[in-house]
Design a binder for this molecule. Structure first.
Ligand SMILES: Cc1cc2nc3c(=O)[nH]c(=O)nc-3n(C[C@H](O)[C@H](O)[C@H](O)COP(=O)(O)OP(=O)(O)OC[C@H]3O[C@@H](n4cnc5c(N)ncnc54)[C@H](O)[C@@H]3O)c2cc1C
Length: 282
């Protein structure tokens, strides 16, 4: 099926757009996390969002969730790892499944982590963001995993089944008794290799030879998610309709620039939704 809109991101920007698009009976696929927005969740007290004075982030996320449910908006708890423009539609890859949509809205927030050295250069050359997509390439081989997304822990389990040896760094206390697993106490800082990843370097200078590297973070930099997407510094460049340099691909919220605020995210999500409605009517 070809959806009218694929929304990537379950923060306030994505929800705002989803509500408006749903009211107009559009077929939506909404990718993100069942926890909605980690950023909102981390806010102790939000004092500047109209209508809900001094609300905690956890309470606001719960209200967002309730509203989405009441409106019949379903969430697809998957991470989008790649988007491509096919001309008349877009193709999205999420947890190894392919989705198609006439338009795309990126509401991915701001990735908190900086990429590691050589990550962008070697991505696709024995460096991957998706174990369920690329894990089979490393049967009986040695891989390193850098994981800061607890929801992706199952990807580490999956690599343990396939690979001969798995070096694992996580920031959430992953444990696995398998002799194939070696837990690293220091994070991976650098990937080495000329044409493909050949080794990783840890923050204490240790070097480990590997056949592949898996980087599993909650968010992916927009330039990696969608090759050719025009940026303005770290942000996605958009026009006043929130449209990117790809016709039919829109962006809203923190990912388009400062101020990083819920009201701005909600407002931009709404503008994008209306622009998408116009584009779909064309
Ligand atoms: C501690 C803290 C306190 C704050 N306090 C306030 C405040 O008081 N007032 C205020 O207005 N703002 C506050 N903010 C800022 C506010 O939380 C953000 O501006 C707002 O959440 C941005 O919304 P967003 O929808 O753009 O992105 P986010 O809320 O960051 O949501 C993005 C979502 O997209 C998902 N995602 C990303 N990439 C992918 C992908 N490839 N596939 C699937 N899903 C993906 C993420 O998992 C996340 O769920 C605070 C932020 C923090 C961290």
């Amino acid at each position: 099926m070809v959806y009218d809109v694929a929304i990537v991101g379950t923060g306030p920007a994505g929800l705002s757009a989803a509500l408006t698009l749903k009211l107009h009976n559009k077929e939506i696929v909404w990718f993100g996390s069942a926890a909605l927005s980690d950023k909102v969740g981390k806010s102790e007290k939000i004092a500047n969002y109209p209508g809900v004075p001094m609300v905690s982030g956890a309470e606001l996320n719960a209200k967002f969730s309730e509203q989405a449910e009441e409106m019949g908006i379903e969430l697809t708890d998957k991470k989008v790892t790649n988007i491509a423009d096919l001309g008349d539609k877009f193709m999205l890859l999420a947890d190894n499944e392919v989705y198609e949509a006439k338009t795309v809205l990126l509401t991915t927030g701001i990735p908190q982590a900086k990429g590691m050295e050589n990550e962008e250069r070697l991505l696709g050359s024995a460096v991957s963001y998706c174990a369920t997509c690329d894990g089979f390439l490393y049967k009986d081989k040695t891989v390193a995993v850098y994981c800061t997304d607890e929801r992706m822990a199952h990807d580490i389990d999956y690599l343990e089944e396939i690979a001969a040896k798995v070096y694992v760094y996580t920031n959430f206390g992953y444990s696995n008794e398998s002799p194939k697993i070696e837990i690293l106490d220091k994070p991976i800082k650098k990937i080495d290799g000329a044409m493909k990843a050949e080794a990783v370097e840890l923050s204490d200078g240790r070097r480990i030879d590997v056949d592949g590297v898996f980087i599993l973070r909650p968010a992916i930099a927009p330039s990696t998610l969608f090759t050719g997407l025009e940026l303005d510094g770290a942000h996605i460049k958009v026009d006043r309709n929130q449209e990117t340099n790809y016709k039919g691909c829109f962006a809203a919220g923190d990912c388009t620039g400062r101020p990083y605020q819920i009201a701005k995210a909600v407002g931009e999500g709404n503008v994008a939704a209306h622009a998408i409605l116009e584009r779909l009517a064309e």
